[in-house]
Ligand binder design. Sequence first.
Ligand code: FAD
Ligand code: NAD
Length: 333
Amino acid sequence: MSIPIAIIGTGIAGLSAAQALVEAGLDVQLFDKSRGSGGRMASKRSESGSLDLGAQYFTARDRRFAEAVQQWRARGWAAEWTPALYHAREGRLSPSPDEQVRWVGTPRMSSITRAMLGALPVQFSCRITEVFRGDQHWHLQDADGNSHGPFSHAIVATPAPQATNLLAAAPKLASVAASVTMEPTWSVALSFAEPLDTPVEGCFAQDSPLDWLARTQSKPGRAPSPDSWVLHASSEWSRHNLDLSKECVIEALHGAFAEMIGCAVPPPVESIAHRWLYARPATAHQWGALSDGDLGLYACGDWCSSGRVEGAWLSGQETAKRLQAHIANHAWN
Ligand code: FAD
Ligand code: NAD
């Protein structure tokens, strides 16, 4: 067995890179600070079933990503979602149908990353605090004081603010990561004993604390009851209410939802709030990935690209491509 490549982060970017490298015959070892894979594509198991508190759906505009999504669909990991779409503006709710194809993981968003992880070697609940190079190889230090290694290369696949320190061995890459601002999102799920009397299944909102809401049961493969809704606060509202208690966030977003949805909204039987501190990059970038090939240090994630599932996946592919190209060039020299 060859010396593996360390990948920090098992979101879609890290897993996309891992998959491409393994397909090329290289060994990888993954690490994540969470208890499971998926990052912002994770789903939360609750009394109301699995709830997608992060990414809601994804689109596939790039040919390579569209091909990957078709494979996920064929394997039963993803399916098309065709919600009755609305938009809410200035307190008015209107139908807003369109032709865009939208995808979700089935039976939950995290099914895709779970399947991509498969049997790859991974260590969960392992927060990496340092990535450093010895004489020849890379080593990692975790928050519990354990060290890991040796690794031939290191790929940092975390959100930019968490990547900055981990990229310290390559100051240029670290300063690019440090220049990225990531916006927060408060996400709330509300479950109702009886279905709400509304045709809305997805809604883009403006002029409200909310910028998005979705009815879980309209997504393919979800449990038929209870009637669960995921509400996302806008970046602006989330930023201004970053330190509000979960109870207060639930109350505020429940109120905004009741005002917007145009039907009676009873008290929920279950309510969950989750704060995503680094939900999305404030602006899109076109770096694809960051790399110092001679050093063997790479970074990928949605913040290197479009700030969406597709961008994160493409960034992982770009990282794997650059790393393989460097190995190939090195072999020739
Ligand atoms: P992440 O998914 O964040 O993965 C990074 C991983 O790194 C995480 O698992 C984390 O635990 C781990 N990690 C971080 N630091 C460390 C460390 N020090 N040591 C070890 N592990 C570490 N995109 C869409 O296309 N459509 C949508 O509808 C959509 N809606 C969204 C709604 C919300 C509320 C949020 C938060 C995001 C949404 N997105 C959406 C964006 C999409 O989820 C992301 O672009 C994508 O999932 C990012 O993947 P990633 O692999 O780059 O990062
Ligand atoms: P998309 O093409 O469905 O949406 C892109 C944007 O176009 C939407 O945000 C919305 O403003 C607008 N839009 C699209 N269809 C519309 C319709 N029928 N009626 C009214 N407005 C419509 O999807 P995408 O380009 O793949 O983007 C992914 C989605 O993920 C976006 O909605 C984005 O806001 C969301 N996202 C959210 C977070 C977060 O933290 N909350 C993070 C990343 C992405």
